[in-house]
Design a protein around this ligand. Structure first.
Ligand SMILES: [Zn+2]
Length: 177
């Protein structure tokens, strides 16, 4: 991969992860005084006249109020949020299904607050019932994540070790299959 297109983590002024851009774009932002280099994990880029630090993480000088994109809710999003853990028996597995807490035929929606990861035995046991009816308990209440950083940042975190401390929830093992 050419270094100019390598990924750079962009943090908001408040250190919240905001986006991923290319080294080229990061140089432009820094050059225009819109961002500062926070981590420089990639050595230097030589030009005929100068030496430039190659950024790995930059931080915007001004706080960006971003619209929170809702995005389409996919199985992968839910499994990532739930850290590949069954939300009923807490088993860590990749063999998961999506469970609608309030079943769809009972009016349950396909949204963050009603969808959880469930292993096949638990999903089978719960069947078309509510957790109360099935005498099953959720490990934690399903929630809408702050924004779609699961998809935006997680794919990079295996390689970009220094990014991890800025991306919340990075502590589950294996989840990229
Ligand atoms: Zn289970």
């Amino acid at each position: 991969m050419a270094i100019a297109s390598a990924p750079v983590l962009v943090l908001n002024q408040n250190y919240e992860p905001l986006n991923v851009c290319s080294v080229r774009r990061a140089f432009v932002l820094v050059d225009r005084g819109k961002a500062e280099i926070l981590e420089n994990g990639r050595g230097y880029l030589h030009s005929p006249t100068a030496l430039y630090m190659i950024p790995s993480i930059i931080r915007l000088i001004y706080l960006i109020r971003r619209p929170r994109p809702q995005g389409r809710l996919t199985r992968r999003d839910v499994f990532l949020r739930d850290r590949f853990t069954c939300q009923y028996c807490a088993r860590h597995t990749k063999d998961l299904t999506l469970d609608h807490v309030l079943p769809r035929h009972r009016g349950g929606g396909h949204d963050w607050k009603n969808v959880v990861a469930a292993c096949k035995p638990c999903n089978h046991r719960k069947a078309g019932r509510t957790p109360q009816e099935a005498h099953m308990h959720l490990v934690r209440e399903p929630f809408r994540p702050p924004f779609s950083f699961y998809r935006t940042f997680f794919p990079y975190l295996e390689d970009q070790v220094e990014w991890r401390k800025f991306v919340p929830d990075w502590d589950f093992d294996g989840g990229f299959a």
